[in-house]
Design a protein around this ligand. Structure first.
Ligand code: BGC
Length: 883
């Protein structure tokens, strides 16, 4: 037994991808995480004990695997609860104590659902301008003492967004239920333990249903409503001890409550005078049951944080604005209702991300109103703690109109809402602006992981753009455990792709096909490549190879049938007018043509094609698909040569003379050995000529700093990162950004909002730069899926003198902190149990097992710092500022 080290214990047990023990799978895999820092500890075997209704079962496996161990027992049946205990046996007899957790199966068979989808008799809403009015559905039922002796579960979902109360108490902690999926194919349901809410005697269950994504207005250019149907509905049943004691059916009644309208883009209208009133008590209608599969929601959306206001602002025009100091996604809670007011007066809350000329900057919201309104009564006390229920906003600033009661800074709290994922990545350094940049990336992710990974959370869009997720997924997977949310989203992608001639939709769930059928099937690299690259990145982060099995058909279909090809196998066009979005949002592109950047879009598409083909070869090999592996390996070699023939000069210049073209060619291994140095030298020149400002968009930005660092140009990578003038990462930070922006100059140096139609202040895509912070400054890179083996290779540079990084890997917490002290680099690392790390610092290269270790090597600052720009102009003053 080693001393001075904390012993190894198991600290978490996961069933498949479920963190809370609820599963949708009769045979969930088992994965466990370790804590403790015993040196070189690894698992040699494990014991699994399962306590089921049928008795206790014991299993022993001689395996070092602690992730995704197949379910050893017979399948669970619907609603079965079992207790699983694990003990992991370590090298040298150092075993962990037993660790137990409960697994509970959901409704595994469709026949378990005996409830009916019910709706109100109110006519469908067709008006595009205003959201529809949510409705209430009620039922009274009786229970005896005997009923209450057993645990009770509520199973529910909706066409729309729903909330359920039992005896006046809201059920569960989830919001915006059931979340957004490709409803025609897959619809999530939720399980809640309602045992403590029920009582003997009369009980009341009430459902509140709003339009949500199901029938609310969605899409840009005005969008469309009723995309999945024009009737909202509720499907719910409470089960006690295998008996359904209440279920939605024709015995329920419908009415209308105090919410007069509520929509995702436009916000909510609440009438105080209607609170507690149930207008009408009408019979309900029965809807056809959901055509899509009912799937247990593994990615619940919740209230995750509360933010207090930092300032009250009175604008030049006299408006009152509350500043929460952070651009966020969610809504506000009213802590102090106005004490006086005239019945019928309106209290209007307008949300925006920025101010322009001191006033609320709402233009970027396009035609999303993002406004919650309250019609006041004479007694407004019920507004204490009021929050909207069926909408969400992206905002930092809240303009309050009609609150004449001396607005105070504590009167409102901002509620941050996103999918409840486990946080897994942290980074901090000696450089405060780089730290803020990292925070902004994290906030960009929170705001755009509300059920679906979206482009932005505020304007009339908020869609699951595949390209945005593709470029950001490596960063996302470092920061949070996205497995549950993204694996569901990928299933939607695959299903919708199959319906569109093997081309993944540009947004998932695909509303574009429903709204703009002419755009459906638009075939784009980067966006379509999400079909291969998002699962691959998720597999690398999580170690879950079954994900690749599940997505294989979609990946294969994209490469072998979806991509239009020329005779030589490179990207072709379906029609002569076809185009690509290429290096989308290259800063050189004009505000209204973000795809019109410096790099030939087909060069970008083909660079990606070679890369994706190689990825496909690797995946096929991993899944033992020998025939496909050989095919894609051959295709990769062939396409690589064709890329070189078409886009690279003999010596190594690229035909688009741009940072993105060079970075893609270097990063995706698209150059011969003799061409690489020429490409690197030209890239260096372009970086210096551009005075270290960003010159890349979606394709180049995620990789440019990594490429510089990997090609002995670390000083240039740091120099670009530390540039403060526009366009640069720290320009946004300098301008007070608290999230990642869509454009480098969403806010222009003169304080005006970029006039482009697409100007959001919360777009995660360009935050992919955080991978450089994680992999190069922090120094952590996975070498084997799930971080079974990884590299610790921090690379100090620029003016950064220390950094600390943490990643909660599937095996446990990885830590690395370093600082430069006199002429030494001191590095402290912590490697989780059952993993190995390659340490690579200075001239020290060593492989180690688990535990805490410290290293010290000689450090010589890079003599190339600070690099000098290449300056073309004799007249324009040099704008070059290191942050
Ligand atoms: C979105 C982008 C998206 C793009 C593609 C935009 O409106 O906000 O992030 O990828 O459209 O066309």
């Amino acid at each position: 037994m080693s001393h001075n080290h904390s012993p190894i214990t198991i600290c978490a047990l996961k069933f498949d991808i479920s963190g809370d023990g609820l599963v949708n799978n009769a045979s969930p895999s088992l994965s466990w995480k370790f804590q403790g820092d015993v040196l070189d500890w690894y698992q040699i075997s494990c014991d699994i004990r399962i306590d089921r209704e049928t008795g206790e079962e014991n299993y022993h496996f001689d395996t070092s695997k602690s992730l995704f161990i197949p379910w050893p027992s017979t399948p669970l049946h619907s609603r079965e609860i079992a207790k699983i205990s694990i003990r992991s046996n370590g090298r040298g007899g150092e075993d962990t104590p037993w660790f137990g957790a409960t697994v509970e199966a959901g409704l595994l068979e469709r026949s378990d659902w005996i409830a009916e989808m019910i709706t109100s008799p109110f006519p469908p809403h067709t008006d595009l301008e205003t959201p529809s009015r949510p409705f209430l559905l009620h039922k009274e039922f009786h229970l005896s003492e005997v009923d209450l002796a057993k645990p009770a579960r509520l199973y529910a979902t909706a066409f729309g967004i729903y909330e359920i109360t039992i005896n006046g108490v809201n059920v569960g902690t989830q919001v915006l239920k059931p979340g957004w999926t490709s409803y025609d194919h897959r619809i999530y349901y939720q399980i809640c333990d309602v045992s403590t809410l029920l009582r003997s005697g009369p009980n009341v269950i009430e459902g509140y249903v709003a339009e949500g994504w199901f029938s609310g207005r969605l899409g840009f250019l005005g969008g469309k409503r009723n995309l999945y149907g024009d009737k909202n509905g509720l499907l719910a049943q409470i089960v006690i001890d295998d008996e359904v004691i209440v279920k939605t059916d024709s015995t329920w009644t419908a009415s209308q409550g105090p919410i007069l309208s509520s929509g995702i883009y436009d916000g909510e209208l609440f009438d105080v005078t209607m609170a507690g009133v149930r207008a009408g008590k009408l019979p309900v209608d029965i809807l056809p049951s959901p055509g899509g599969e009912l799937i247990l929601d593994m990615a619940p959306i919740r209230r995750m944080e509360e933010i207090v206001a930092t300032e009250l602002i009175v604008t030049p025009s006299g408006k009152k604005i509350v500043d929460f100091g952070q651009n966020l996604v969610g809504w506000i809670r009213m802590n102090r209702p106005p004490s006086d007011g005239t019945s019928g007066d309106r209290l209007v809350f307008s949300h925006a991300e920025v101010l322009e000329n001191g006033e609320l900057g709402v233009r970027p919201l396009r035609v999303a109103k993002c406004q919650d309104t309250i019609i006041l009564g004479t007694d407004n006390s019920i507004l204490e703690g009021w929050e909207p229920k069926f909408t969400f906003h992206g905002f930092r600033y809240l303009q309050v109109d009609g609150y004449d009661d001396g607005l105070g800074i504590t009167d409102f709290t901002a509620i941050v809402v996103h999918t409840d994922m486990e946080r897994t990545g942290w980074f901090t350094s000696s450089h405060p602006m780089i730290n803020r940049l990292h925070e902004n990336v994290v906030w960009g992710m929170k705001g755009n992981f509300v059920g679906v990974p979206t482009d932005c959370p505020q304007r009339d869009e908020r869609l699951g753009w595949t390209g945005d997720q593709q470029v950001f997924s490596k960063t996302a997977n470092f920061l949070y455990d996205t497995t549950s949310m993204l694996s569901g989203w990928l299933q939607d992608l695959a299903i919708e792709q199959a319906e569109q001639k093997d081309v993944p939709p540009l947004v998932v769930p695909d509303i574009l096909a429903k709204i703009y059928p002419q755009q459906a099937g638009m075939t784009l690299a980067i966006w379509g490549d999400a079909a291969v690259l998002v699962p691959l990145s998720l597999y690398e982060a999580s170690g879950k190879s079954s994900l690749l099995v599940e997505q294989y058909e979609s990946m294969f279909a994209w490469l072998s049938k979806g991509i239009p090809r020329n005779e030589d196998g490179l990207w072709g066009k379906k029609s002569p007018d076809d185009t690509q979005l290429g290096d989308w949002l290259d800063p050189a592109a004009p505000p209204d043509f973000p795809g019109d950047g410096r790099t030939d879009p087909y060069l970008v598409a083909n660079a990606y094609l070679v890369h994706v083909t190689r990825g496909m070869a690797e995946i096929s090999r991993l899944l033992n698909r020998e025939e496909e592996a050989l095919r894609f390996e051959a295709e990769w070699q062939d396409l690589r040569q064709k890329y070189i023939d078409n886009y690279v000069s003999k010596t190594g210049r690229t035909v688009s003379d741009s940072q993105t073209a060079l970075a893609l060619s270097l990063h995706f291994d698209l150059l011969s050995e003799s061409q690489r140095p020429v490409a690197v030298a030209r890239l260096e020149e372009l970086v210096k000529q551009n005075i270290f400002k960003v010159a890349t968009g979606f394709a180049g930005t995620p990789i440019i700093l990594d490429v510089l660092a990997a090609n002995d140009r670390l000083h240039l990578a740091y120099r670009m990162l530390q540039e403060k003038q526009c366009p640069s990462w720290l320009y946004c930070v300098d301008k007070g950004a608290t999230t990642m922006w869509e454009r480098w100059d969403s806010m222009r140096p003169d304080g005006s909002i970029n006039p482009g139609e697409m100007t959001s202040f919360n777009h995660y895509a360009l935050g992919a730069v955080a991978s450089f912070l994680h992999g190069t400054i922090g120094g952590l890179t996975p070498l084997e899926p799930g971080w079974k083996k990884f590299r610790i290779a921090p690379r100090p540079g620029g003016t950064v003198t220390s950094a600390e990084i943490k990643h909660l890997s599937p095996y446990g917490m990885i830590r690395c902190s370093w600082k430069i002290e006199s002429d030494n680099l001191k590095v402290a690392v912590c490697v989780p149990p059952n993993t190995r790390a390659q340490i690579d610092i200075g001239n020290l290269q060593v492989e180690v097992g688990s535990g805490k270790r410290e290293f010290e090597v000689g450090y010589v600052a890079d003599p190339r710092w600070p690099p000098k720009p290449i300056y073309h102009s004799m007249t324009i003053p040099l704008i070059d500022e290191i942050a």
